[in-house]
Design a binder for this molecule. Structure first.
Ligand code: F0G
Length: 358
């Protein structure tokens, strides 16, 4: 007897087919990305002076938003007969490429700054069997090399967000936000690194409006880490530095897209300090129960900063939490440690608890 399988998530290509480049059914490589939760954040809403929702992109198959674009890029690579892919990465693109390449049966090479990607991400790349090349250089150097490799070695698809298929797939998050709220929010706050994601959201919201699904688009509020804030400074950073390793980028590839999103939406691109990022990450985890990686907290950090200066957007605001907190355990262990063990007795265990709730 055959069993009727009910697939719970069909993935963004099947869900938003008419909004995406054409992909034959047989080429679709999906692991059920998209349909991530939009979570209301009551405590943080009070702090930022707006009705705040969190788009938790850490709930994608490889625990970051990259999967939305990777399914499109990898499926198109399969459709065009490409047998290998490559990318530069601060970690999440690499993890996503590794998973979707495994799914698609495509060889995958990831080029990363040596020792600079978070532990969880490196483990994902290894688990999926991709080939990892660690360079003695930063993300910007890795991207330059990956572009050249894709150009000079035939039959290698570059799956960074300079590949327009990535932008197309990632714009589906804007559709989900608009659908979940019934309307686009008044503002959308998110971290900016290589600037592909802000470009994608802005494209998605504009297309949604052009298709007559909504009358408005949100103000786009992008936030860079202060030590890696070329779009705020107006020039590239030679040696970007921040605790938020995912957005440690000195020369964003989609610079123009990010600046246009901020300008045309009446939004902004500003910076937040590492301390502000870590404080926001901690608030999200301890007050809302949502654990995201440091870079992902930059949007909330920015909203807190704007509110503190009386410049908060108000209304309905969505902050995109781009990646899961489990990606980067070292950041948490740098702040809090496991306590020493105690005896396996009632007195010892209850004693520990009484100290807190007495
Ligand atoms: N948040 C996380 C968790 C990321 O991994 C990235 C980018 C961003 C935000 C910024 O998005 O680059 O589109 O502006 N990570 C890339 C990578 C660079 O290689 O994983 P962006």
């Amino acid at each position: 007897m055959s069993v009727q399988a009910r697939v719970s998530r069909q993935g963004v290509i099947r869900r938003y087919r008419e909004w995406l480049p054409e992909i034959p059914d047989g080429a679709v490589a999906t692991i059920g990305e998209g349909e991530t939760p939009l979570i209301e954040a009551p405590t943080l809403s009070e702090r930022v002076g707006a009705r705040l929702f969190l788009k938790f992109e850490g709930m994608n198959p490889t625990a970051s938003f990259k999967d939305r674009g990777m399914t499109v890029a990898m499926s198109r690579a399969v459709a065009t007969g490409s047998r290998a892919c490559a990318c530069a990465s601060t970690g999440n693109t690499a993890a996503s490429a590794a998973a979707y390449a495994a799914r698609a049966g495509v060889e995958c090479f990831v080029v990363v700054p040596a020792g600079k990607i978070a532990l969880g991400k490196a483990v994902q790349v290894l688990a999926h069997g991709a080939r990892i090349v660690q360079i003695e250089g930063n993300f910007d150097a890795a991207l330059r090399l990956s572009k050249r490799i894709a150009e000079e070695l035939g039959d290698v698809t570059l799956v960074n967000s300079v590949n327009p298929d990535r932008i197309e797939g990632q714009k589906t998050a804007a559709f989900e936000v608009a659908e979940a709220l019934g309307n686009p929010p008044d503002a959308l706050a998110l971290p900016v690194g290589n600037a592909g994601n802000i470009t994608s959201y802005w494209k998605g919201f504009r297309e949604w409006r052009e298709a007559g699904r909504a009358d408005s688009v949100p103000r786009m509020l992008g936030f860079q880490a202060e030590g890696a804030s070329p779009l705020v400074a107006g020039h590239d950073f030679e040696s970007p530095e921040t605790v938020a390793s995912a957005i440690r980028i000195g020369s964003p590839a989609s610079k123009e897209g990010a600046l246009a999103a901020a300008r045309d939406s009446g939004g902004l691109i500003e910076s937040v300090t590492d301390a502000e990022i870590l404080a926001a990450q901690e608030m999200l985890a301890s007050e809302e129960g949502v654990f995201c990686e440091p870079a992902s907290a930059a949007g909330v950090a920015g909203l807190l900063k704007l509110a503190g200066e009386g410049r908060g957007p108000g209304g309905t605001v969505v902050s995109v939490l781009t990646g899961h907190g489990l990606k980067d355990p070292d950041v948490i262990l740098g702040r809090v440690q496991l306590p020493d063990p105690v005896a396996a007795t009632f007195e010892a265990v209850a004693g520990q608890m009484r100290r807190v709730i007495a």
